[in-house]
Design a binder for this molecule. Structure first.
Ligand code: HEC
Length: 135
């Protein structure tokens, strides 16, 4: 009798918790997003002469580049440095990405190529300040 009540009470706690977990968006880290971005960036680099192919990778880069994992990263206790600076560098990256996207949409290989180096540089600007250094 008593045991059954405990079991019922446990269910009352566990079921809503399980339901909440199922609804929650997966909380993958910025690290996982970076691996995707790295892959897409390599595809762009490989297709600088072919804007229509580069375009689909640039669009994926935009999806990953606007992922909420960027903001979640700032909330981590391990985050060091200035969140405003991180957001500025994130914005710079997105601006340069938009320049490459426009060039690819305009089917302009010369402009896709000339906007690539500044885009790549914006990755490094953020890493120089915010990517944990290997010890
Ligand atoms: C606004 C900041 C920011 C921008 C912009 C940014 N990164 Fe990162 N990147 C990070 C941080 C922070 C880490 C470390 C994440 C971690 O390990 O938790 C990281 C890690 C990485 C890693 C290392 C993954 C590993 O195996 O440890 C790669 C590769 C990477 N980024 C690629 C890129 C590329 C390519 C771009 C540009 C297209 C880019 N990143 C733009 C902040 C940024």
């Amino acid at each position: 009798m008593f045991r059954r009540r405990i079991a019922a009470a446990l269910l009352l706690v566990v079921l809503p918790l399980a339901a909440a977990c199922e609804d929650a968006t997966p909380k993958y880290s910025l690290h996982g997003v970076m691996l995707q971005m790295d892959w897409e960036t390599k595809q762009v680099e490989r297709n600088l002469g072919s804007p229509s192919t580069a375009l689909s990778s640039l669009e994926s880069l935009k999806r990953w580049g606007t992922d909420p994992a960027f903001e979640r990263h700032l909330a981590r206790s391990s985050f060091q440095g200035d969140p405003a600076e991180f957001r500025n560098l994130h914005k710079l990256f997105l601006q340069r990405l938009d320049a490459s996207l426009m060039a690819a949409r305009a089917n302009d290989p010369a402009r896709v190529a000339s906007t690539y180096a500044p885009l790549r540089m914006s990755c490094e600007l953020c890493h120089a300040k915010f990517q944990p250094k290997p010890r």
